[in-house]
Design a protein. Structure first.
Length: 154
């Protein structure tokens, strides 16, 4: 029973009492001034403090380069698709396909890329004919052949 973890403890630290040095530092005026300056910079330039579209292990500049390439690639692919009449020349359709192709080429995770690929394939390619329709057709052909033989021999 001594090895069981107490569910009331929510942190890894078995002694959740805060360090008094941190509490003391938070009340000092110079620490408060630094924190206020940080939050002011963050309010003035929010674009520098977010990581949306930046995968783990990648720097923001690297991800921005990848996204720029993905945008360029998506526009070129969609132009080709419109030229070959794979998709309509409707601005909404073009915007949707550019977004999907951009995600497909982007540095996002595998699940997101697969969802974008499925969206593109669902729109561009028809799904294969169900196997039951093929077997029904064969059964109907067989039945027609049997009835025509029965009528001939009849």
């Amino acid at each position: 029973m001594a090895n069981k973890i107490d569910p009331s403890i929510r942190c890894r630290n078995p002694n959740p009492i805060p360090n008094p040095k941190f509490k003391e530092a938070a009340n000092r005026p110079e620490t408060r001034a630094k924190l206020e300056a940080y939050w002011q910079r963050r309010r003035e330039n929010p674009q520098n403090y977010y990581r949306r579209g930046v995968p783990s292990g990648m720097r923001k500049e690297e991800a921005d380069r990848e996204w720029a390439f993905a945008r360029m690639y998506a526009k070129e692919v969609v132009k080709i698709m419109v030229a070959k009449d794979i998709i309509e020349d409707d601005p909404k359709v073009i915007a949707a396909f550019e977004s999907a192709m951009e995600v497909l080429q982007s540095p996002m995770n595998q699940t997101t890329k697969l969802q974008a690929a499925r969206l593109i394939l669902d729109f561009c390619k028809s799904k294969p004919v169900a196997k039951s329709e093929v077997t029904v057709q064969k059964a109907e052909d067989w039945l027609a052949a049997v009835t025509s033989d029965a009528l001939k021999n009849g």
